[in-house]
Design a protein around this ligand. Structure first.
Ligand SMILES: [Mg+2]
Length: 217
């Protein structure tokens, strides 16, 4: 798919005009400088980890409720950078739209921001094969009306595949240097544990959400 066609598909999904979203798309990686001191990069799965919802494919963003104990645990862990990864295969099988998913993730960002926990970015895989990944870059929220949306299509994104974690590792190369960064992935399913285990060149440290809340909550 060429970039103009991608934009057209996205505009249709979001029910906005082509010109309204042109400025949202960037195809280059995010430029990040390597920090000079040890930083904690916390990556969390969304559903069942950060929040819980009464239904598996809920399209009501306000149905998201904090996983009990998770807000305090994150505050006590004191991450420098909090990132979210989420399988959203429901998009490709028609259970929710891309637009609804973006609204859901923006609402998640608002929930955590209200607790003084900024989410830097959210990554989600919209298809069951794991071919695509979207990234909402919340860090840029205040520079534009809507946060930039990036798109990747190199595959292996759907957990238990490690693609989303690999993408984060590529964007935050300090993860590969334990003298610079401490990284942790927190999830609630075997898919999450397997994704972390498959990250190359080394598995990413993983912790079950219950364990994380018990340790830091
Ligand atoms: Mg989960």
């Amino acid at each position: 798919m060429n970039s103009e066609l991608r934009l057209a598909v996205l505009a249709t999904a979001l029910k906005v005009s082509f010109s309204e979203i042109q400025h949202l798309i960037r195809h280059t990686g995010v430029d990040r400088s390597i920090p000079t001191q040890l930083v904690k990069i916390l990556i969390c799965d969304k559903d069942g980890t950060l929040v819980r919802t009464p239904e598996k494919f809920s399209v009501d963003p306000t149905a998201q409720q904090f996983t009990p104990g998770m807000v305090q645990a994150i505050k006590n862990y004191v991450p420098h950078t909090l990132l979210v990864i989420s399988n959203q295969g429901g998009i490709s099988i028609g259970q929710k739209t891309l637009g609804e998913t973006l609204v859901e993730l923006e609402y998640l960002w608002e929930m955590f921001t209200a607790k003084s926990i900024p989410i830097f970015a959210a990554y989600f895989c919209p298809d069951m094969m794991g071919r695509f990944c979207y990234q909402i870059d919340f860090e840029a929220k205040w520079e534009q009306e809507l946060p930039p949306l990036l798109m990747y299509e190199q595959g292996n994104y759907r957990k238990p595949q490690p693609g989303m974690l690999q993408l984060i590792q590529a964007q935050y190369p300090e993860i590969l240097n334990p003298e610079v960064a401490e990284v942790l992935y927190v999830g609630d399913r075997v898919d999450d544990e397997q994704a972390a285990a498959q990250v190359q060149p080394n598995p990413l440290p993983f912790m079950w959400v219950d364990q994380f809340i018990q340790k830091y909550g």
